[in-house]
Design a protein around this ligand. Structure first.
Ligand code: AMP
Length: 436
C-alpha cells in the first residue's frame, strides 16, 4: 500500500467550501419547505447500517451492491458486516418497521437529506460521497399517490428554479409476476444475440436481465431497442394501475415521456418508476432524480405488507444546474457590524460590545491584532460589513461610538445607550437602498 499525501482528499469526495454553502442552504431551505408544506416529517438514519439491509433490498446483483458498496472493516460484536449507506430508502424502511410506524395514521410521509456513499468511478456528476434529498410515502397503493409523488418531485425542481429543461420519463415494472414473465421473454430474446452484448451484460443476462435495458453501451442499446417491452407483459391489475397514473399526470398537465427502458437498477422497485432528466444532457449523469414504487420491501424485511413509493435527487447535480442557469442565490454570509478599536481603553471594551451586539441579533466581527484605524477599516471592507463601529479613547470614556455607514461612507457619533435602535434603523436603510 502506498502512503498517500495527507493533504489530499479521497478520490470522488470534495469539500463544501464556505463560498459554496449558499447553494446548500438554498436547496435545503426550498426542499424542506416543500416537504413540510406537503406535511412530510423529517427522518435521519445512521450513515452506516448492516450491509445485508442493502443487499436484501437492492438485490445482490445490482451494481450498487455488487460493485459500489463501501464495506467497513470493523464488524459488530457478532461478526456482522457494516456498510456505508449507498441510498436512503432501505434505511428509512428499516426504521419504519423497527419503530412501529405501521401503527401511525397513513399515509406515513418522511423526508431526508444527507450523504450517501458509492464506490463508483468518479467523473463529472458522479462522486463516491454525494448528497441526496429524498422522501418516502408509506401506506398508499392508489395510483393517484404515484401521481402525487411525481407532482411533489416536480415541485421541488420548480421551487429550485431548475425545471426548465427537465423531462419526466416514466415506466411500469409491474408486479413480481409481471417481472417473472417479462424476464423470461427478455432473456429468450437476448439469448439470440448473446455475442453482441457487452461483457457486463453477458454476466447480467442470467442474473439481472432488466439491467441490460438501461446499459449505456451502444451495442447493448441498439439490441434492446427491439427487445420485448415490459408494458406488454403487465398483468391486468398492473396495466390498469399504470393507465391511471398516466391519466392522473394528464389531468395534472404534467408532460411525460414513456421510456420502456427505464428500470432504475435496484431490485426493490415495482410498478411505477420515473426519472427527471435534462433534455440537453446526453451524458450518463443526466438524471437529476428519480423514484418509484416498492410495495414489497416492507414485507421483504419482515414487516406487514405496506405499499410504498419514494423519490430521491442528487444535490451536486442540482447545484450544477443552479450554476448553469445562473440562478441568483441569496448570500448566506452577511456581516452587519464590524467593531474597530483604537487604544488600550477601547480594546478592553470591545469584546463586551461584540458580545452584546451578537446577543441583540447583529452578526458582528472584529480584529484584535490590528490597532490602526486604516488597517481595521480595510478589514471591515474585505468582510463586506454594512456598518463599522469605531471605538476610540474618547468614545470609550464618553460611552459613545462612531457609526460609519460602509456603503455611503457617512459617519456620526451615537450614544451607546441608543446603539441597538440606531443600528436596526441604519441596517434597514442600507437594505432598502440595496434593493432599489
Ligand atoms: P439513485 O439512488 O441511483 O436513483 O440516484 C438518485 C439521484 O442521486 C440521481 O438521479 C443522481 O442525481 C444522484 N446520484 C446517484 N449516484 C450519484 C453519484 N455517485 N454521485 C452524484 N450523484 C449521484
Amino acid at each position: 500500500m502506498t502512503e498517500k499525501n495527507i493533504i489530499q482528499k479521497p478520490r470522488g469526495t470534495y469539500d463544501i467550501l464556505p463560498e459554496e454553502q449558499k447553494y446548500w442552504q438554498f436547496i435545503l431551505k426550498k426542499f424542506t419547505a416543500c416537504c413540510e408544506n406537503f406535511n412530510f416529517s423529517k427522518i435521519d438514519t445512521p450513515l452506516f447500517e448492516y450491509s445485508n439491509l442493502f443487499s436484501k433490498a437492492m438485490g445482490p446483483t445490482s451494481d450498487v451492491v455488487s460493485k459500489e458498496m463501501f464495506y467497513l472493516s470493523r464488524k459488530d460484536e457478532q461478526g456482522s458486516e457494516f456498510a456505508l449507506r449507498p441510498e436512503g430508502t432501505a434505511a428509512v424502511v428499516r426504521s419504519f418497521i423497527e419503530n412501529g410506524m405501521q401503527n401511525l395514521p397513513t399515509p406515513v410521509k418522511l423526508y431526508y437529506f444527507g450523504p450517501m456513499f458509492r464506490y463508483s468511478r468518479p467523473q463529472a456528476g458522479r462522486f463516491r460521497q454525494f448528497y441526496q434529498i429524498g422522501f418516502e410515502i408509506f401506506g398508499e397503493d392508489d395510483p393517484n399517490c404515484d401521481v402525487l409523488t411525481i407532482i411533489i418531485s416536480a415541485n421541488i425542481f420548480k421551487d429550485l428554479k431548475i425545471s426548465k429543461n427537465l423531462i419526466l420519463e416514466i415506466n411500469s415494472l409491474g408486479c413480481q409476476n409481471c417481472q417473472k414473465k417479462f424476464k423470461k421473454n427478455l432473456v429468450s430474446y437476448l439469448n439470440q444475440y448473446k455475442e453482441y452484448l457487452c461483457p457486463d451484460c453477458l454476466v447480467r443476462l442470467p442474473v439481472n436481465p432488466l439491467r441490460i435495458l438501461d446499459c449505456k453501451e451502444q451495442r447493448c442499446g441498439s439490441l434492446v431497442k427491439s427487445a420485448p417491452q415490459i408494458i406488454d407483459n403487465l398483468c391486468p391489475d398492473c396495466k390498469s394501475h399504470f393507465q391511471k397514473v398516466l391519466e392522473g399526470l394528464d389531468e395534472a398537465n404534467l408532460a411525460y415521456d414513456l421510456n420502456p427502458l427505464l428500470v432504475r437498477g435496484l431490485d426493490y422497485y415495482n410498478r411505477t418508476v420515473f426519472e427527471f432528466r435534462d433534455i440537453n444532457d446526453v451524458s450518463r449523469q443526466s438524471s437529476l432524480g428519480g423514484g418509484g414504487r416498492y410495495d414489497d420491501l416492507v414485507e421483504t424485511y419482515g414487516g406487514p405488507k405496506t405499499a410504498a413509493i419514494g423519490f430521491a435527487a442528487g444535490v451536486e447535480r442540482i447545484i450544477d444546474k443552479l450554476k448553469e442557469y445562473q440562478i441568483s442565490i441569496p448570500e448566506v454570509k452577511k456581516l452587519d457590524v464590524f467593531v474597530i478599536q483604537i487604544g488600550e481603553k477601547a480594546k478592553k471594551k470591545v469584546i463586551t460590545l461584540v458580545k452584546n451586539l451578537v446577543d441583540a441579533g447583529f452578526s458582528t466581527n472584529c480584529v484584535l491584532g490590528k490597532d490602526s484605524l486604516k488597517a481595521q477599516l480595510k478589514t471591515a471592507d474585505k468582510f463586506k460589513a454594512a456598518i463599522s463601529l469605531i471605538l476610540g479613547q474618547r468614545e470609550a470614556l464618553d460611552n459613545t461610538v462612531i457609526l460609519r455607514n460602509m456603503i455611503d461612507g457617512s459617519q456620526r457619533t451615537v450614544k451607546m445607550i441608543n446603539l441597538e435602535k440606531i443600528l436596526k434603523k441604519e441596517l434597514k436603510k442600507i437594505k432598502k437602498e440595496g434593493n432599489e
